[in-house]
Design a protein around this ligand. Structure first.
Ligand SMILES: NC(=O)c1ccc[n+]([C@@H]2O[C@H](COP(=O)([O-])OP(=O)(O)OC[C@H]3O[C@@H](n4cnc5c(N)ncnc54)[C@H](O)[C@@H]3O)[C@@H](O)[C@H]2O)c1
Length: 328
């Protein structure tokens, strides 16, 4: 298998590349990443010398670059996206460029140059919006609540459409909030671990009652592998671990594991349009592809805390005012 992974210098993409190179000795990976916000070449420092791995610096919205690579591969897993919700509120256009025009470019390159290619498009549970009771299934309507999730919903529609009219062999995955090694320090879990290790206050939006369904990144990566190998064209697969926690519970769990005082917690003004609760029904992937998560939240968060405490070399250079500034 020759695989094109886009956005592989980011959090989930780098975990995916490391996992496939370790678990599929006959696979080759090309990583196309523009080295934009959220990327970090240090994420894949350990595999730089692997002859099955090639890095290409480029943009998924660049038709020339994408077309050339599409001709060389058997499959594409698209992680590339502007992914930070708060930044989408202050600068939505960058999200249209990468998340909509970028995905359109990949689809067009496949349509024109290599219809045999298998595509897995990595999307998000945020396309469904929030839900106060129950859990979203793949058939639920889309109701995004940020410019980020609106652009992801738009890209999902493009992918579905290109499977129908042009016969692309593409599937979509929608996962809940990921956590684990190599996550950019601005996000809730790494930020909490880093700030707690420095003895700094831990900011939480509003009263900390927003609920997220947390997925350990290795479980996400294994689910994407299953969709790539066994998923059906034109199908959407929700991916979650069913580990719903309020933000306050998440932060308290981390402080407990790190043996830090809860007095570090500080509540701050909420962000506009903040989803109250996210929850996914991921029965379909369990039933059809026999893939379920290995890690409970307690196990995953312990591994994550251990990783950040052992790998200061990785996060120290990334600790800027965004991490040190007291907003979540
Ligand atoms: N992190 C989560 O909890 C989560 C949850 C649901 C879905 N997702 C989705 O998973 C994917 C990966 O998320 P992540 O957390 O690893 O994000 P990330 O921000 O850590 O990484 C994104 C990577 O994509 C690259 N990129 C962005 N625009 C690009 C472009 N136009 N061309 C080439 N490269 C580009 C960036 O340079 C970066 O390396 C995204 O599509 C995101 O929507 C993430």
């Amino acid at each position: 298998m020759r695989l094109l992974v886009t956005g592989g210098m980011g959090f989930i993409g780098s975990n995916f590349i490391r996992y496939v190179l370790e678990n599929h000795k006959d696979w080759e990976v090309i990583n196309l990443d523009k080295l934009g916000y959220g990327s970090n070449p240090a994420n894949l420092k350990d595999i730089e010398g692997d002859e099955r791995y090639t890095f290409v610096k480029g943009d998924i919205a660049d038709f020339k670059v994408v077309s050339k690579l599409i001709k060389e591969v058997d499959a594409v897993v698209n992680f590339a996206a502007e992914s930070h919700v708060d930044r989408s509120i202050s600068n939505p256009y960058a999200f249209i460029e990468s998340n909509v025009l970028g995905v359109y470019t990949i689809l067009e390159a496949i349509r024109k140059f290599n219809l045999e290619v298998r595509l897995v498009h990595v999307s998000t549970d945020e396309v469904y919006g929030d839900i106060l009771e129950g859990s979203f299934t793949e058939n639920d309507r889309l109701m995004p609540s940020s410019p980020y999730s609106a652009t992801k919903a738009a890209s999902d529609m493009l992918v579905l459409e290109w499977t129908r009219t042009y016969g692309l062999n593409a599937s979509i995955t929608r996962c809940t909030n990921n956590y684990g090694p190599y996550q950019f320090p601005e996000k809730l879990i790494p930020k909490t671990i880093i700030r707690a290790s420095m003895g700094l206050k831990i900011p939480i939006y509003d009263t900390g009652q927003n609920v997220r369904d947390w997925l350990y990144v290795e479980d996400h990566v294994r689910a994407i592998e299953a969709v790539l190998l066994k998923g059906e064209a034109r199908e959407i697969y929700n991916i979650s671990a069913g580990e719903e926690k309020t933000n306050l519970e998440v932060v308290k769990t981390i402080l407990r594991i790190m043996e830090k005082d809860e007095n570090l917690i500080e509540f701050v003004e909420d962000r506009p349009g903040h989803d109250l609760r996210s929850s996914l029904d991921s029965w379909k992937i369990t039933r059809d592809l026999k893939r379920r998560p290995k890690y409970s939240f307690e196990e995953g968060i312990k591994k994550t805390v251990e990783w950040y405490l052992k790998n200061e070399w990785w996060w120290k250079p990334l600790v800027n005012e965004k991490v040190l500034h007291p907003t979540p």
